[in-house]
Ligand binder design. Structure first.
Ligand SMILES: [Zn+2]
Length: 229
């Protein structure tokens, strides 16, 4: 927009004493147009399920809905990604071996499951704030309200929801059992991109990967009926 306006403004400024005013007006208008048309947000579907069996305090729940979740939405939006949310009932049942059994998940979306703590089978004593995986074909980000937090330290401790959703969008979720050194590298990589969204409003790489991720998510639904009995 600005490149096209420049010759016009120069000519008008030379022909009249009011050129500066007019130039200012046109530049202001051009800037307004630029501000009014940011790149369209990439929509990413997130289905939120609150575990009806979980136990948490009122303060934990309030902190999540009033602080952690809005911050996650804001961070993604700053990077050009729009979280399209839906909500539904659900729960996390625990097998005798504390293996999770999910009720209420949807296909073709990222299921964000809010629970009290991560089941022992997945947590293995690490007091995790979240886990992201593919469970029986469903994409699941499980967040433990007991340990979830907002942005704290750049590149080290970022918003739990952003961190877990990035494991999906950056396609770590397709790597079933990374080696220990790969796992550490992936954690650092996730916090790096989360910080770019948070502090630098840079989501170019995340958008690119998220587009590929959504393609894989949709193609998995397309072939699912062929595999069912
Ligand atoms: Zn992680």
């Amino acid at each position: 927009m600005a490149r096209f306006l420049r010759p016009l403004v120069a000519a008008e400024a030379g022909a009249s004493g009011k050129g500066v005013t007019r130039r200012l007006f046109i530049w202001t208008a051009a800037a307004a147009v630029r501000r009014a048309s940011p790149p369209a947000l990439l929509p990413v579907p997130v289905h939120r399920v609150v575990d009806s069996r979980a136990q948490w305090t009122k303060e934990q729940l309030q902190q999540f809905w009033w602080s952690i979740w809005p911050e996650a939405v804001r961070n993604f939006k700053q990077g050009g990604i729009g979280l399209q949310t839906s909500d539904g009932p659900g729960e996390v049942r625990r097998s005798p071996a504390d293996k999770p059994i999910f009720i209420g998940l949807r296909r073709g979306v990222i299921n964000l499951v809010l629970t009290g703590h991560i089941p022992m089978k997945w947590d293995t004593g690490r007091a995790l704030a979240g886990v992201t995986t593919i469970y029986d074909g469903y994409h699941v980000c499980m967040v433990a309200l007991q340990y979830a937090h907002g942005d704290q330290i750049p590149f080290v401790s970022v918003n739990t929801c952003v961190h877990e959703l990035l494991h999906a969008m950056l396609q770590d979720v397709f790597v079933s059992r990374p080696k220990w050194y790969q796992a550490g590298g992936r954690e650092a990589r996730i916090d790096w991109y989360a910080t770019l969204l948070w502090l630098f409003h840079d989501g170019a790489a995340v958008r690119k990967s998220a587009q590929a991720y959504l393609g894989r998510l949709r193609s998995a639904i397309a072939i699912a009926p062929l595999r069912s009995p």
